[in-house]
Design a protein around this ligand. Structure first.
Ligand code: 4GX
Length: 247
């Protein structure tokens, strides 16, 4: 079983969010396990404070090392030699490739900081990886941890059922997904492409693959660098590029 341990000041954010939908089902079925550890439960302070003013002055507060270290120690044996991910805008950028790498680990520990961050000494002591989910500033690490757990969970065997399976999805081959349609066949005067109603599965596959290439070229051309294209598909892409140059 894959276990995620989250060191956080807001355990309800973690458990409340991941208890829904696909991750919620996977937890119920015992395929994954999510344990939120409340850092505040480990404070020795009579007022249960977990932060203090920064040495050297400056704005904001810094999370103290001792409650975080003790929260970590409380799960360290259960978590084995698990990697400890520190959510931070300064970290390595999280992407699907990192998710695949993390999905192979038995357990993961995720540390969520707040305020101006965490005392550097406890980071040096316990953190193995500093991870960012993007170049923007959250109010705390919880949404980053939830994002990582959600993304990694769906790669764990058994979490997705056949219908939800990820064989054809974005990024598995480095391309964006083709457009999807369902009933009715006409909506606000807009028809579903005829080919999808034709029943010719080989033609449909070819059309979808072309749509994926067109979309990736139009919306995320940066992804084409790493995409897996056949020689025929590379030629198709080159005709798209040439058509654009003519305009
Ligand atoms: N991807 N945040 C962490 C506290 C903090 C401040 C400074 C380290 C240094 C974020 C992100 C993110 C907000 C979580 C600041 N930690 N985390 N928090 N983007 O913005 O992961």
């Amino acid at each position: 079983m894959k276990s995620f341990f989250v060191l956080t000041l807001f355990p309800e954010m973690i458990e409340g969010t991941l208890s829904h939908s696909i991750t919620g089902r996977a937890i119920k079925e015992g395929i994954i396990n999510v344990e939120a550890v409340n850092i505040r439960d480990f404070t020795m302070d009579k007022h249960r404070h977990v932060d203090d003013y920064p040495y050297g002055g400056g704005a904001g507060m810094v999370m103290q090392p001792q409650p975080i270290y003790d929260a970590y120690k409380s799960i360290a044996d259960k978590a084995g030699k698990a990697r400890v991910l520190y959510m931070s805008p300064q970290g390595r950028r999280f992407d699907q490739k990192m998710a695949e790498e993390l999905s192979k680990e038995d357990s993961l520990i995720l540390l969520c900081g707040h305020y101006e961050g965490v005392d550097e000494r406890v980071i040096e002591e316990i953190v193995t990886d500093e991870v960012s989910i993007g170049d923007f500033v959250l109010t705390g690490g919880e949404l980053a941890a939830i994002t990582i757990i959600d993304t990694v969970s769906r790669l764990v065997p058994g979490v997705l059922n056949k219908e939800e399976s990820y064989e054809n999805e974005s990024f598995s081959d480095g391309l964006l997904e083709y457009p999807q349609y369902t009933r009715p066949p006409e909506f606000m005067g807009r028809k579903v492409p005829d080919i999808l109603l034709s029943g010719h599965h080989a033609n449909i596959d070819k059309w979808r693959r072309e749509q994926s290439i067109i979309r990736t070229y139009q919306k995320r051309p940066d992804l084409l660098e790493g995409a897996e294209l056949t020689d025929k598909e590379k030629k198709f892409l080159n005709t798209l590029k040439r058509n654009d140059e003519e305009k």
